[in-house]
Design a protein around this ligand. Structure first.
Ligand code: NAP
Length: 320
């Protein structure tokens, strides 16, 4: 089968298309024929060698994909050959024509969701759900600012928050991105490059500030976020690419909470809860993954450049 292999950490050009043996499922595994692969920023950090946890070389990147079950081990009862599925993990890497998965990482893909959309579910929607409900404990009727609402996690968070009855504010850096944020259900949208946008957004909460902020670029925004929270407000740091100085008094005066998170810290019970909620939202149509760009698998390097560029628009997806 064709797979992207990384022999050494480095720039996007270390992503090379190779012919490798097709993996075989053990009695406890599923082999998935991959129809589409979701690209996440973390895969660029890992490829560069700057991420705290690195795989042994060589490796095939990726953990998000959608496809069809090609083979099921004798002990697997949760999925059958021919099932449409999306995956949230694989032992052999998702940037490939086939991948091996544990049954817990394989989820039913409803017929109303395409394979390209399915490839964009796991990391983005699970992160958004965990940030909103398991970390911030957001409640219907509260206000949420999704700071970076045009990308993978942001579009997911916007749809999930709207469906749950929150008052949703989103930001994007382009006009196209702002339109997408509104289409996804945000009540208000702002350009995170515009002057005084945060003050103008807070004014729409009658000056109270936001109950919850989901933050995609904390090294730029965290200090300002603390001034935009309501009393008892919670900011969840989802994305961060550097350091920032904050004034702790802004948190003190609001009894505010600064909550970090990585999806990898979720327990098995929390993941079960997350995927049950996502399954319901996908089925009832409130969750509609946005595919901004489809690229051939062989051009994975191009996808790694694109996912870090400004002007996000949903997910970038690779097609084998
Ligand atoms: P993405 O699809 O590339 O989207 C990035 C988002 O950040 C876009 O909406 C972008 O908006 C926005 N952004 C750019 N400049 C911004 C600014 N100054 N203020 C606020 N937002 C800004 O990436 P993603 O998949 O959504 O992931 C977002 C971040 O979360 C990444 O850093 C990723 O590594 C991280 N992440 C963390 C976890 C976790 O477990 N903690 C899981 C998944 C992702 P424009 O392009 O429109 O400007």
């Amino acid at each position: 089968m064709k797979a992207i292999r990384v022999d050494q950490f480095g720039g996007p050009d270390v992503l090379r298309s190779n012919e490798v043996p097709t993996p075989q499922a053990s009695s406890k595994q599923l082999l998935v024929r991959v129809k589409a692969i979701g690209v996440n920023p973390v895969e660029t950090y890992i490829r560069s060698g700057i991420y705290p946890m690195l795989p042994p070389l060589p490796y095939t990147p990726g953990k998000d994909a959608a496809g069809v079950v090609e083979a099921a081990g004798a002990d697997v009862t949760s999925a059958r050959v021919g099932d449409r599925v999306y995956i949230s993990g694989t032992s052999t890497g998702a940037y490939a024509e086939f991948c091996l998965c544990d049954p817990d990482d394989v989820h039913r893909l409803p017929d109303n969701i395409s394979f390209a959309q399915g490839a964009g579910i796991s990391t983005s929607y699970a992160t958004a759900y965990r940030a909103l409900f398991q970390r911030a404990k957001a409640l219907p009727g509260e206000s949420v600012l999704i700071h970076g609402a045009s990308g993978g996690v942001g579009t997911a968070a916007t749809q999930i928050a709207r469906a749950a009855g929150l008052l949703v504010f989103g930001t994007a850096g382009t006009g196209r991105g702002k339109n997408l944020v509104l289409e996804n259900g945000a009540h208000h949208v702002f350009d995170h490059q515009a002057p005084n946008y945060l003050e103008r957004a807070v004014a729409l909460t009658d000056g109270r500030g936001f109950d919850v902020i989901i933050e995609m670029l904390a090294n730029v925004n965290l200090a300002n976020d603390l001034t935009a929270l309501a009393k008892g407000g919670r900011v969840v740091v989802v994305g961060n690419r550097g350091k920032i100085e904050i004034n702790p008094r802004d948190a003190m005066s609001r009894d505010a909470h600064i909550l970090g998170m990585v999806l990898g810290n979720a327990t098995a019970a929390e993941l079960t809860s997350i995927y049950a909620a996502l399954g319901a939202g996908l089925e009832n149509g409130s969750l509609r993954p946005v595919v901004g760009k489809e690229l051939p698998l062989a051009t994975a390097a191009k996808a790694h450049e694109a996912v870090l560029e400004p002007g996000a628009y949903g997910k970038i997806v690779l097609i084998p």
